[in-house]
Design a protein around this ligand. Structure first.
Ligand code: URA
Length: 181
């Protein structure tokens, strides 16, 4: 399989969709080459676009705490997004933007071959699983993508506004921990 460096080189200074016009940095993703767990978010926000790294803003700090609660380090997992460039004003990525970008995430997943994917939030879960079911119905059970078990859960940004949903996320990540063994 390809290396992540080869995939990154192919992505280049991407102009495949309109998001290239408003981004500052491409946010390719980061983490361990042999990660057993990959987190997939929706797309870079303001802070991520500024520094070129995924989940470094307020939601990212909560994600880092969730990873620690799973007895894992941020460095040992891999973190990426459905789209690699920030949608202006944090709007949802559009279907054609997802279509252009998703093949790169698929290649990253093929290179890493994690045991489990945790997909964060409704927009990312629907894009990855090609469904329009609400996240409240998708979360809490395993789905499959590229033959890899996928657990959808609430997005950490949603948890910041709805902390009472942290119990549900704890349930979901405990299922992941069991699967990782
Ligand atoms: N939200 C996301 O979905 N992804 C990031 O990288 C940051 C915030």
């Amino acid at each position: 399989v390809e290396t992540r460096a080869a995939i990154r080189a192919d992505l280049g200074d991407c102009t495949r969709c309109r998001l290239c016009r408003t981004r500052t940095h491409i946010v390719f993703g980061e983490g361990a080459a042999d990660a057993r767990l990959v987190f997939v978010g929706e797309g870079p926000g303001f802070e991520e676009d500024r520094c070129g790294r995924p989940f470094v803003g307020a939601a990212g700090q909560l994600l880092t705490k969730i990873v620690a609660a799973m007895q894992l380090s941020r460095e040992s997992v891999y973190i990426a997004n459905i789209v690699k460039c920030r949608p202006p004003d944090n709007r949802n990525p559009q279907p054609d933007e997802i279509r252009q970008c998703l093949p790169f995430l698929k290649r990253q997943l093929a290179a890493i071959r994690p045991r489990v994917i945790c997909v964060l939030g409704s927009v990312a879960a629907r894009a990855l699983l090609e469904t329009d079911m609400p996240i409240s119905r998708l979360r809490g059970r395993f789905h499959t993508f590229m033959g890899i078990p996928v657990m959808p859960t609430f997005h950490p940004a949603f948890l910041l506004r709805n902390p009472q949903r942290k119990r549900d996320v704890w349930n979901d990540v405990q299922q992941i921990m069991k699967r990782l063994g």
